[in-house]
Design a protein around this ligand. Sequence first.
Ligand code: AMP
Length: 415
Amino acid sequence: MSTIPGTRDILPEEMALWHLIEEQARRVFDLYGYKEIRTPLLEATELFARGIGGDTDIVRKEMYTFTDQGGISMTLRPEATASVVRAYIEHHMYRGGELPQLYYIGPMFRHEKKQKGRWRQFYQIGAEVLGSDDPAVEAEVIEMVLALLQPFKIKVRLLINSVGCAQCRPRYVEILRAELRMAADSLCEDCRRRTETNPLRVLDCKVESCQPVIEQLPRITDHLGEECAQPFLRLKGHLEDAKIGYEVVPRLVRGLDYYIRTAFEIVSGELGAQNALAGGGRYDGLSEILGGPPAKGFGFAMGLDRLVMVLPEEVRASAAKKPEIFLVHLSEPAMRKAMAIARILRGQGSACHLEFDGGSLRSQMRLANKIGARHVLIIGDDELARDRYTIKRMEDSTQWDVSLPELTEYLKSIS
Ligand code: AMP
């Protein structure tokens, strides 16, 4: 038996990297006042059909949908924004006074074509802020994503765009559609369909032969109404205040239908074709689409799997958790003593490792080395009799003799 295509086990060694990222994310969310929300992995299919939009790849061909024993159609969530907004409505979070600022970490499911950096079960870290359409909020979210990434020393680029709104976008979409119809012969089959159903999505097409056409299309940023152009200008101002470099990319549209105005993406050159690390944008109409009150919304999602892929070696090396002390025991009474000492040391917060089938002194020392223990404590019969033990600091091979109180003091002093 093995895992099904597009899914995988994340083994303990790699898990350390995931923890590093998740801990950093929680720390940064905390600094910006975001609180965690956990929504179910299973939701009513209708939530995504309505909330993501019928002409998206996600809803058309990527959802894991089934009917349960009670005859209800449910779907494994392909993203979390719709779920967060559903929760916002269901728990009347709009009544609280302050802006709900929510974050999530967890798995998403999409039946996508297999490709490097693309999984069918993948993980996202994301956040949503509801109730404001101030570009300052957008700049703060973008700053937060970059702050989250900062310690990982990854070279990233921030791409931004405005995709207009219900007033100005239809005008642009008609201009786009007219151009696309003229170029229909050079477009892929999907784009020919999108020309009629949702021309904006052509801008997102990755098919090689469509690229020359897309390059020549009119730019949405040249067709924004005043009510979209002004906020876009203000967003850029806030980014400049924060000294955040950005590139305006007029063909950047988000994969989901409900986005308006600001869209952004953070890309990394290390990732190849699937170069997006994170994406986000504004979705002011979503709450109403889901049956809630009008509510502004802005958020992002970052691919955790992809972030792990691009972590530089120095960061990977720092992630592994190593025991402070490896207790070598050379007889049954010594093992019992080792367990008692470990209990005391763990009680004061020092990570200990004991190997119960460890074998000889040599093989236990080899193991201590292999797992990167910082110290080794040797407990043999002589040491037991004297109640004094040999400690070895692995870094410089210094060895000395300690009583139990001296050992606890020493470990406290270096922690
Ligand atoms: P999206 O919700 O499609 O905007 O995705 C946000 C981020 O999630 C992307 O920038 C990717 O980093 C990540 N992501 C999306 N789909 C996948 C996938 N199939 N496998 C791995 N990561 C993904």
